[in-house]
Every structure is written in structure tokens, then in C-alpha cells.
Design a protein around this ligand. Structure first.
Ligand code: AMP
Length: 111
């Protein structure tokens, strides 16, 4: 499968794994949009968050639990979590992943 995140999980592409457990991995985004920008990726390959909710809802919860733990470990006073779903929303890697962003102020509405 030609999936860049699956290759990271398989160890075929290098990444600084901040978390690696049965359910997921987490590593810094290559093109950070905030001082902290971490991708949290389920080990089961699915296209997006909605599909993950269908096939393995518990894995979806694990992503948010990992985000919370990372935010505590990194002393983030607050953080933003984002799933981009579909090209029109900015999704560029079609393997579900939760963006964890922190370390700066965030505007609303988001850009
Ligand atoms: P999205 O646009 O929501 O699909 O997010 C994909 C993210 O993956 C982007 O923010 C990219 O910067 C990031 N990305 C792509 N390739 C890599 C990589 N090899 N290591 C870390 N982050 C990556």
C-alpha cells in the first residue's frame, strides 16, 4: 500500500515517534503549523476519522486520550485537535490522523 503513514508505522520512513503503542503512533508534523504540531495516527489503516468511527470506534477515543497525555507531558495550557476530511477540507494524506496543535494562540473561525 502506498501510504506514507503506514510506511512510518512499518519503520520504512523515519519519524521521531513520541508515542508507539498497540493502537497508534504519534510524531511531529513535517510542516508544523504551531510550535507544537503532532500527528496522532491509528495503526489500523482507514481513510479518515469517520471511517475509523465505523470500524473501530475505540481507536478514535485512543487518539484523543493520546492527545490529552501529550498535552500534559508538553505542558500545553490548551490545544487544538483537528481532523481534515476530504481534499476540500485540506486533507492531503488519506490515512486517518489527528492533528494536535499547541504553543500559540488560535483564532476562530479557523483558516
Ligand atoms: P492533512 O493535510 O490533514 O492530510 O495532514 C497531513 C499532514 O502530514 C501535513 O500536515 C503534512 O505536513 C504531514 N506530513 C506529510 N508527510 C509527513 C512525514 N513524512 N512526516 C511527518 N509529517 C508528514
Amino acid at each position: 500500500m502506498n501510504c506514507i503513514f503506514c510506511k512510518i508505522i512499518a519503520g520504512e520512513i523515519p519519524a521521531n515517534l513520541l508515542v508507539d503503542n498497540n493502537d497508534l503512533v504519534a510524531f511531529p508534523d513535517l510542516n508544523p503549523q504551531a510550535p507544537t504540531h503532532i500527528l496522532i495516527v491509528p495503526k489500523r489503516h482507514v481513510e479518515n476519522a469517520a471511517e475509523l468511527a465505523e470500524v473501530q470506534p475505540s481507536a478514535l477515543a485512543e487518539l484523543f486520550k493520546a492527545a490529552k497525555k501529550l498535552s500534559v507531558d508538553l505542558n500545553l495550557p490548551g490545544y487544538r485537535t483537528v481532523f481534515n476530511t476530504g481534499e476540500a477540507a485540506g486533507q492531503s494524506v488519506f490515512n486517518a490522523h489527528l492533528h494536535l496543535l499547541g504553543g500559540r494562540a488560535f483564532g476562530w473561525p479557523p483558516g
